[in-house]
Design a protein around this ligand. Structure first.
Ligand code: PLP
Length: 386
């Protein structure tokens, strides 16, 4: 299997699997219990919290573990709006993950005014538009750090300056950037930041929200005293331990992985451009997650390419995995100005820690033939554009 869908999910790192498996076998205590088997688990949860906090440049008390990246996004946005009832406006972008877009849609139904900031053809948010959208009623701005479909990195530092000037809280969804580029809450200047375990070679069903000390926010889930009363419910202890281990592994080998992944992705990008005619690279050339490559194959249906690659054991995606299976076209590809038929020809290759040079060689061997064969089918109207 050649797995090139690491933005959808990542294989669990062996060190993480081992740590979780040992933990599950040996530790069943409830971290809220005061006797030793509970205290011990609590200490391990604290250690994981510390590891993550340190990696983000945050303090331990500023991390709340959640059930997913989606929950962290919901918590940040809805929690702040709940805490600031005198403010009723929210600003986000048109290319956010559904975790944010659907939350915005829900809030609109509840009477919140939502402004969706447009992007240019590279997927970068329009800063001037954003600046002008801010009003004294704006409670929070949420702009993703890196896009899951095309990899474009947003100018969060600049957005932070705009937000700070006006005294508005800033959240960023760093689910796709954490582990791939530097993510430091102070350098970025954010008040809230979401991450997810399964995108960083950790377990599924666990995420975290960074909440800057002093930020006004209400919980999403009420109940017991867990997570300093910010997220009730007995903790997903194995998931949290696994997430902590995944972050530790990133610290240990992240820089090396990054260099290797970027080199492999560059080889794949160049190989596709050189060997497959009538393609278009989507996203920003420089300000992007280098391991994410999104290409349009003019005149073809991406799904057909995906299935043909799958018969060779090569797994890619036609867009965001989360919207895969849905009828809708990609809102991201639409937002960067692709015509629907071009958007439907787009394939995302997302590389990760376990990809090798041989993987890329095989894709470059199979893909040109697959595309050429589909293009031999007559009556395909190939409409190339910039
Ligand atoms: N945000 C982004 C940018 C994502 O890519 C994803 C997952 O694809 C999520 C949020 C949701 O994370 P989770 O799967 O942990 O809910």
């Amino acid at each position: 299997m050649i797995y090139l869908d690491n933005n959808a999910t990542t294989p669990i790192d062996p060190a993480v699997a081992e740590k979780m498996s040992d933990f599950i076998k040996e530790n069943f205590g409830n971290p809220s219990s005061l006797y030793p088997i509970g205290r011990q688990v609590k200490e391990m949860v604290t250690e994981a919290r510390e590891t993550l906090a340190k990696a983000l440049g945050a303090g331990r008390t500023e991390i709340v573990f959640t059930g997913s990246g989606t929950e962290a996004d919901n918590f940040a946005i809805r929690g702040v709006l709940d805490a600031l009832p005198e403010k009723n406006e929210f600003i986000t972008s048109v290319i956010e993950h559904p975790a944010v877009i659907q939350t915005a849609n829900y809030l609109e139904k509840k009477g919140i005014k939502v402004t969706y900031v447009p992007v240019d053809k590279y997927g970068t948010v329009d800063l001037q538009f954003l600046k002008e959208a801010v009003t004294p009623q704006t409670a929070i701005i949420s702009i993703m750090h890196a896009n899951n479909e095309i990899g474009t990195i947003q100018p969060i530092e600049e957005i932070s300056r705009i937000a700070k000037e006006k005294g508005i809280l800033l959240h960023t969804d760093a689910v796709q950037s954490f582990s791939k580029i530097d993510v430091n809450v102070n350098k970025l200047g954010v008040d809230l930041l979401s991450i997810s375990g399964h995108k960083i070679y950790g377990p599924k069903g666990v995420g975290a929200l960074y909440i800057r000390k002093g930020t006004h926010i209400m919980p999403l889930i009420y109940g017991g005293h867990q997570e300093r009363e910010m997220r009730a419910g007995t903790e997903n202890t194995a998931g949290i331990i696994g997430l902590g281990e995944a972050v530790r592994v990133i610290k240990e080998r992240g820089d090396r992985d990054k260099k290797r992944i970027e080199k492999l992705a560059e080889k794949l990008k160049k190989g596709i451009k050189d060997n497959v005619p009538k393609v278009k690279f989507n996203g920003h050339e420089k300000e992007r997650i280098k391991g994410t490559l999104n290409f349009a194959f003019y005149g073809l249906e991406a799904e057909a390419i995906l299935l043909a690659l799958a018969t060779k054991g090569i797994y890619v995606s036609t867009g965001s995995a989360c919207s895969e299976g849905a009828e809708d076209d990609s809102h991201v590809l639409d937002a960067i100005g692709l015509k629907p038929e071009v958007a439907r020809s787009c394939i995302r290759f997302s590389l990760g820690r376990f990809n090798s040079k041989e993987d890329i060689d095989l894709v470059l061997k199979e893909l040109p033939d697959i595309v050429a064969k589909f293009r031999e089918i007559p009556a395909l109207d190939i409409d190339e554009e910039d």
